[in-house]
Design a protein around this ligand. Structure first.
Ligand code: NCD
Length: 332
């Protein structure tokens, strides 16, 4: 945190705003760093706004809620969905975007520090989405920024906007979250999407199954954190024992870029392949999700199965990100 300027005084949402303003726009000026900041009421609110966004996109496509507002999309790691859905979200709301996805061509390549880059971009933009390989990078950025920071993935840490869209997908597809059995499969050690989603699901009454190769277990501290909240969690190395009870099968790719020893990656990759045959024993009313990209863990033949929800999941992401941008900019 910048010692010379108390962050609260630098925030766009001044604590001195009249109470009514906070009630009308509860997320105005806030950062989105971790799913731990959300309550169930918050989720209901966000998803309510996301549904309004969907209705508006279906009716008119693009509208001017954020006309004149600028988003800086700062990506230090590769991205297709997160960066382009934030870009699309901003443009559908009438705003514009500064895309910085090749940091090799920006001053970062000259050795500029993250705080300096953030302080620069916030002169030009009203909100910043950041994806960065280090855990805690979005939090660090938020400590320096006067403008809202949205975490688009901080290393193996969190990916809160993905977890929000994942939860929205589950609610929209299955009509509820309480009472469901969610099975997470794949790279649970390095996959930030499952870290955020498991935390977010701990607000509900769910059963979590973790299926992973031995070397890619869900981190022990996260399991402890959720156990302390009373969440039922079980670990497996094989999908068979839990497939039949599963309502949501959340598949992830093995995160090659996070391995120190590529021999370990070679051993773990290809551990699972979800295909139409795999789902023979699964419920009729269940869904298969994946944050994408997939690199061989779900066969293309599964795409035509109505339970394959991963492409619909991407579309839900647009509405959730539109909602988040409108909310932090005080327009929802
Ligand atoms: C995920 C990510 O970046 O963590 N992708 C995404 O945002 N949809 C998942 C992944 O890269 O495997």
């Amino acid at each position: 945190m910048a010692a010379f300027v108390p962050p609260n005084e630098r925030r766009v949402h001044s604590p001195h705003l009249p109470l009514g303003d906070h009630r009308e726009a509860p997320f105005y000026g806030k950062d989105i760093i971790s799913v731990s900041q959300f309550t169930r009421d918050d989720l209901e609110y966000i998803f309510g706004v996301a549904k309004e966004m969907r209705a508006m996109v279906e009716r008119v496509g693009t509208f001017d809620l954020l006309k004149g507002k600028i988003l800086a999309n700062l990506f230090y790691e590769p991205s297709t969905r997160t960066s382009s859905s934030f870009l699309s979200a901003m443009e559908r709301l009438g705003g514009s975007v500064i895309p910085i996805s090749e940091v090799t061509y920006s001053s970062v390549a000259k050795g500029e520090s993250l705080p300096d880059t953030i302080r620069t971009l916030e002169c030009y933009a009203d909100v910043i989405v950041i994806r960065h390989p280090e855990v805690g990078s979005a939090k660090l950025a938020a400590e320096y920024a006067r403008k809202p920071i949205i975490n688009g993935g901080d290393g193996i840490g969190e990916h809160p906007t993905q977890a929000l869209l994942d939860l929205f997908t589950i609610e929209e597809e299955l009509g509820r979250v309480d009472g469901l059995t969610v099975t997470m499969l794949g790279d649970l050690k390095y996959g930030r999407t499952v870290h955020s989603l498991a935390r977010l699901l701990s607000l509900f009454v769910v059963r979590l199954n973790y299926v992973s190769p031995d070397i890619l277990h869900m981190p022990a501290d996260l399991i402890e954190e959720l156990a302390a909240k009373g969440v039922s969690q079980k670990e497996y190395t094989n999908l068979d024992p839990v497939l039949a009870e599963t309502d949501v099968l959340y598949v992830t790719r093995v995160q090659k870029e996070r391995f120190e020893d590529l021999n370990d990656y070679e051993k773990a990759k290809g551990a699972f392949l979800i295909s139409p045959e795999t789902l023979q024993e699964a419920k009729e009313e269940m869904i298969v999700m994946h944050p994408l990209p997939r690199v061989g863990e779900i066969s293309l033949e599964l795409d035509s199965d109505p339970r394959a929800a991963y492409f619909r999941q991407m579309e839900y992401g647009l509405y959730v990100r539109m909602a988040l941008l409108a909310m932090v900019l005080g327009k929802a």
